[in-house]
Write a protein that binds this ligand. Structure first.
Ligand SMILES: Cc1cc2nc3c(=O)[nH]c(=O)nc-3n(C[C@H](O)[C@H](O)[C@H](O)COP(=O)(O)OP(=O)(O)OC[C@H]3O[C@@H](n4cnc5c(N)ncnc54)[C@H](O)[C@@H]3O)c2cc1C
Length: 331
């Protein structure tokens, strides 16, 4: 476990759209900020659940796909890349206030210190939904994958992809040109993707293995990975031997951690006041994670909450600094 001795002004927990914008805004206010996100990629629900869906209701953003909104937010955030720290693939596990009013955070990778905290964890830490069958987890990231870090890792490999939604279809089409062969295993004959993607899939060389369920995943020393597949509503079993299995069954989320942090909740959401501050001074909350009278769980509502939280916490940290009226050029 690494011990990070630096004392940040602010730690933003959660790199969804709202946490990303808040981190950018905190940098505009010259706060020494770190952003911690449990997934390997920023973007929260938008990136993980609906990158291909068109978003119509974000101010100043002409209707475009979720992936484009996240790409714009990244571009905005990276304006300050030299000023802030972004840590992905790291989950905040414990949060404790110290007698000197600072906070100690324990993450899955380090212990870190901060003067204030902004909770932007949405409906909780996302984790990929695992394979429904037991298997040797030593195979994870060796032969069984839940994320694609680099397409090149799958070059010239025989790959099975499990799943029938947009993400599974996208990965099948993305890996098809680089892989030796891609097999897409789905328990139904019909895929749940955008019609245009399904059409491209059907026209591609991807081997559609439907309707099959994965029953066993067995490592073979020389033979790669053996997948025992059972035909739906039948006893028929076949074996598919591949180099790698990429599982795309969607994500689960869980925000039980808020309870462990001792923060007051209402219907599983964090209660905040008009400054977006929780009952523990120095801990603020925004986005889908929070509730207050009239709260709506929308991206634009979360974007509005970010400056409210950041400006009030900046004032608490640096009372001598004035509240800004509007943005000026970034030097
Ligand atoms: C299918 C679907 C369609 C939608 N369409 C729209 C739409 O068109 N318009 C609209 O305005 N809204 C839409 N929404 C709602 C919108 O996605 C949410 O309001 C928005 O994502 C909230 O952003 P957030 O940053 O608060 O939380 P999230 O997007 O949930 O991001 C939270 C992030 O925090 C991370 N995290 C959680 N716990 C931890 C931890 N302990 N440590 C580190 N990181 C952690 C998570 O991994 C996640 O990345 C839609 C939602 C869904 C599911």
């Amino acid at each position: 476990m690494e011990f990070d001795e630096h004392l940040y002004d602010l730690t933003v927990i959660g790199g969804g759209p709202v946490g990303m914008f808040a981190t950018f805004y905190a940098s505009m206010r010259n706060l020494d900020t770190q952003l911690i996100e449990s997934l390997p990629e920023l973007g929260g629900q938008v990136a993980a659940l609906y990158p291909e869906k068109v978003i119509h209701d974000v101010a100043g953003f002409v209707p475009a796909k979720g992936a484009e909104l996240i790409s714009n937010l990244k571009q905005q955030l990276f304006e300050f890349k030299d000023k802030l720290v972004i840590r992905c693939d790291e989950e905040v596990l414990e949060l404790e206030k110290q007698p000197d009013e600072t906070f100690v955070l324990k993450t899955s990778k380090r212990i870190t210190h901060t003067r204030s905290v902004l909770v932007a964890i949405g409906s909780g830490a996302f984790a990929p939904r695992p394979l429904a069958v037991g298997y040797d987890h030593d195979l994870d990231n060796q032969k069984v994958f839940y994320f694609v870090k680099q397409v090149a890792d799958f070059a010239n490999k025989e790959i099975a992809i499990a799943g029938g939604g947009d993400a599974a279809i996208d990965w099948a089409l993305t890996l098809e040109p680089v892989a030796k062969r891609v097999h897409l295993i789905h328990r139904r004959n019909k895929f749940r993707g955008l019609e245009a993607s399904v059409d491209r899939l059907k026209a591609s060389s991807v081997d559609l293995v439907t309707p099959y369920n994965i029953k066993q995943v067995i490592d073979g020393p020389d033979t790669g990975l053996n997948l025992n597949l059972q035909l739906a509503k039948s006893e028929e079993v076949r074996t598919l031997t591949v180099d790698s299995l990429l599982v795309n069954y969607g994500f689960t989320s869980d925000n039980h951690i808020l309870k462990e942090w001792g923060l007051p909740l209402e219907r599983r959401s964090l209660v905040v006041d008009e400054n977006m501050e929780t009952a523990i001074s120095g801990i603020y909350g925004i986005g889908d994670a929070v509730t207050y009278p009239g709260k709506v769980k929308l991206i634009s509502a979360g974007f509005g909450e970010a400056p409210t939280a950041i400006n009030h916490l900046a004032e608490a940290l640096y009372p001598e600094r004035k509240q800004p009226l509007h943005s000026t050029s970034i030097a």
